[in-house]
Write a protein that binds this ligand. Structure first.
Ligand SMILES: Nc1ncnc2c1ncn2[C@@H]1O[C@H](COP(=O)(O)OP(=O)(O)OP(=O)(O)O)[C@@H](O)[C@H]1O
Ligand SMILES: [Mg+2]
Length: 273
């Protein structure tokens, strides 16, 4: 299916539309026909078990991995056939908070956060530093951290420095790969509040990979589950709570953080995987 086949859903509502995406590493088929719609200006959460391909899928969204086949429409334009030059332009629309924050250990906080500005703009050093400071302030990161190295930071600070780096180019789309992994409940709540705050203040489109069901249902406007290489369910938190998909129900209930809605009698017999 292409965007044009789907007039009922104008392209504008969705910042990203993935169609029939396939990706294997050797004989390991990781993505086996992913269809995913990412709602513009909303928080879109992707859930799924470890090793199901969530990070691989996210890297495809901004063109960091090439699929074997399929389409990835960003603002209506498929980035799969693009060459490096065009792809670089599309990437500027994105900010990404990598799993484990992935900071450059040999660079200072300042150098880490200004990295996208050095790569993608011709700003002067003073302009870059001013923008870095402004971004840090918006995330409650003290300026005295500027000269520190990542190894001197706490886990929560590293996440926020990673987030500052993702935000510094003021991207239209923000990708967060497990932003709360390894954080205590208070720090998790802070990161969740930050993601929601950024979303509400800037209207940015957010895609969040999460294994934390309390976060997922707390901040998600739309939740999609990746399982066995496909998106098996997608909807609002309430729709997901009413899902008939047995694996999803089990996955969410196992967390103990969210209660699924009871199924109606006539739903129980409905066919599903
Ligand atoms: N560059 C790569 N080369 C080979 N295999 C890879 C590569 N990247 C990912 N994989 C494999 O693809 C599968 C999916 O990996 P991925 O990191 O996307 O999982 P995930 O859903 O993000 O898991 P987690 O929740 O643990 O982060 C794994 O089996 C992984 O080993
Ligand atoms: Mg991952």
């Amino acid at each position: 299916m292409t965007i044009q086949d789907d007039p009922a859903r104008p392209g504008d509502r969705f910042a990203i539309r993935v169609r029939d995406l396939h990706k294997s590493f050797g004989s390991h088929e990781v993505l086996r026909g992913v269809d995913l719609d990412v709602e513009r200006g909303r928080i879109n959460v992707i859930i799924g078990g470890s090793g199901q391909g969530k990070s691989v899928l996210m890297k495809h969204l901004m063109g960091l991995l090439k699929p074997d086949r399929g389409s990835i429409f960003v603002d209506g334009v498929d980035l799969v056939p693009m060459g490096d030059h065009a792809l670089n332009k599309v990437r500027r629309k994105f900010g990404m908070l990598f799993q484990y924050a992935a900071l450059f250990d040999s660079l200072t906080v300042l150098e880490n956060i200004e990295f996208p500005l050095v790569e993608h703009t011709r700003m002067k050093r003073s302009e870059r530093t001013a923008l870095v400071k402004e971004t840090m302030a918006s995330l409650d990161l003290a300026e005295l951290l500027l000269k520190k190295h990542p190894s001197e930071l706490s886990g929560g600070q590293r996440k926020r420095v990673g987030l500052a780096r993702a935000l510094v180019l003021k991207p239209a789309i923000l990708l967060y790969d497990e932003p709360t992994t390894g954080l205590d409940p208070v720090a998790t709540k802070n990161v969740d509040d930050m993601i929601q705050g950024i979303s509400q203040k800037t209207g940015v489109t957010s895609v969040v990979i999460s294994h934390d069901m309390a976060s997922t249902f707390g901040i998600g406007d739309r939740i999609s589950m990746l399982h066995e290489g496909r998106i098996v369910e997608s909807g609002t938190p309430d729709e997901i709570k009413r899902s008939r998909y047995a694996f999803l129900r089990h996955f969410v209930e196992m967390s103990g953080a969210v209660e699924m809605s009871a199924l109606l009698e006539d739903q129980r017999t409905g066919g599903e995987a």
